[in-house]
Design a protein around this ligand. Structure first.
Ligand SMILES: CC(C)(COP(=O)(O)OP(=O)(O)OC[C@H]1O[C@@H](n2cnc3c(N)ncnc32)[C@H](O)[C@@H]1OP(=O)(O)O)[C@@H](O)C(=O)NCCC(=O)NCCS
Length: 148
């Protein structure tokens, strides 16, 4: 079983829009349809990918670089409910970090999440993200330092 990131396109965007979360988890992340619209109207600042387990889309992510401060961000990250808790999120995060390194060659990667999102916090900390102490629209801002 292999996790890959694939472009969102005319054939798979409906699948991305239908990926489901628990009601509580829906309070942690914007709906994928909204993120896909954000990408379309971001003028190239943002891009997104489907997270695939072999040939099945099981998750979605949106990433980008803030033109103002050149910070590289993972803006959205989700694994569909029925595929959670099986290690796919962790593998997908490694793929996302690699993709961002290739695209932007950043010296660090930023991620934000709701303070109540204990699962996300545990996952990100285990990957090396550290708390910056900043808040962005009520969300905690964590940073992964990279050595090039
Ligand atoms: C966060 C999320 C992407 C994790 O995906 P996942 O595929 O379930 O994660 P994994 O199975 O790879 O688990 C990774 C780590 O998350 C934590 N975790 C996952 N499920 C957990 C649970 N039910 N309880 C506690 N910790 C859990 C653990 O730290 C785990 O590490 P471990 O394997 O060493 O125990 C998923 O829960 C999700 O989509 N949540 C809703 C959207 C969201 O909150 N996104 C992040 C903020 S934008």
């Amino acid at each position: 079983m292999t996790i890959t990131l694939r472009e969102i396109n005319k054939d798979n965007w409906r699948t991305a829009a239908k990926l489901n979360l628990t009601e509580q988890q829906k309070t942690f992340i914007a709906p994928n349809w909204y993120s896909m619209l954000q990408v379309v109207y971001s003028g190239g600042e943002l891009y997104d990918r489907g997270i695939y387990l072999d040939d099945e889309m099981i998750g979605y992510t949106m990433m980008g670089q803030d033109p103002a401060n050149k910070r590289c961000y993972i803006d959205r990250f989700m694994i569909a409910l029925e595929h959670q808790g099986k290690g796919h999120g962790r593998v997908a995060m490694h793929a996302i970090i690699d993709a961002l390194k290739t695209r932007y060659n950043p010296d660090s990667i930023f991620i934000t999440f709701e303070p109540e999102n204990a699962i996300a916090r545990k996952l990100y900390e285990s990957l090396g993200f550290v708390d910056t102490g900043e808040l962005d629209d009520g969300e905690l801002v964590f940073r992964l330092p990279l050595t090039s």
